[in-house]
Design a protein around this ligand. Sequence first.
Ligand SMILES: Nc1nc2c(ncn2[C@@H]2O[C@H](COP(=O)(O)OP(=O)(O)OP(=O)(O)O)[C@@H](O)[C@H]2O)c(=O)[nH]1
Length: 260
Amino acid sequence: MAKKGKFDYILLETTGLADPGAVASMFWVDAELGSDIYLDGIVTVIDAKYGLQQLSEEKAEGLTNEAARQIAVADLTIINKTDLVTEEELTQTRDAVRSINGLVKILETQRSRVDLSQVLDLHSFDSKEGVNLTEKLQLVKSTRPHLDKSILTATFEVTGDLPEDALNVFIQDLLWEKMYKNKEGQPMTVIRLKGIVSLAGKEHQVMLQGVHELYDLNETPQLWEENPRINRLVFIGRNLDKDILREQFISAVVQGAAEN
Ligand SMILES: Nc1nc2c(ncn2[C@@H]2O[C@H](COP(=O)(O)OP(=O)(O)OP(=O)(O)O)[C@@H](O)[C@H]2O)c(=O)[nH]1
């Protein structure tokens, strides 16, 4: 690593039971540090034959199914061994993946054969993704719990400018303090967070990224064209209630609390 330019790309394979979020956060460094290494994206491979079974395994109270967690944190999922299942089984697996992570790209393969361009240079964490992300976020829908009953995707749009300080406090209360609770009184736990937000006084769109308790706000090259500006946020995690989250966001962060 000391020798600059020696590696084109590093693929790190974790053990089957790892929480990739923890490993990924180690490589998620500030772009301004000019590090030779940056985090490109998180890929989760799902076994088409056994994936559903793994996702259905009940865990002890308070524990999250690790397969569901690995899907929640992923930017790309590859459903492999599609030759071993029927079209119907494949659809069930695809639906289960989508119900957990409404943002993730899904590839389907045999013998894990993929075009490398679909797996490398994902730019999932940098502001180069800014333009695409806006389009992607517009398409994401909130999901209903499926197999692992607790992990799902919650998304909302809210118009208005956000004071940066208030946004930081909201995110920290959510990610660090676990202050927001669902109707059952369980704390909302965010595994992955993405958004495009309008910070007060900024001409450019700002990208919000989060993995577990780490998050980052980065100005993208993209100027705001929409008027009024629309903040789009996607949260993937446990015990999320979209309506409560949206209400809390509006009252804590949105200037003048202009609702959509
Ligand atoms: N039929 C079929 N077999 C496959 C496919 N991909 C891999 N295999 C076979 O499945 C067997 C186990 O491979 P994998 O599940 O990839 O093994 P692994 O990644 O080491 O398993 P982990 O312990 O989960 O890391 C090997 O014999 C592979 O040749 C596929 O698409 N179709």
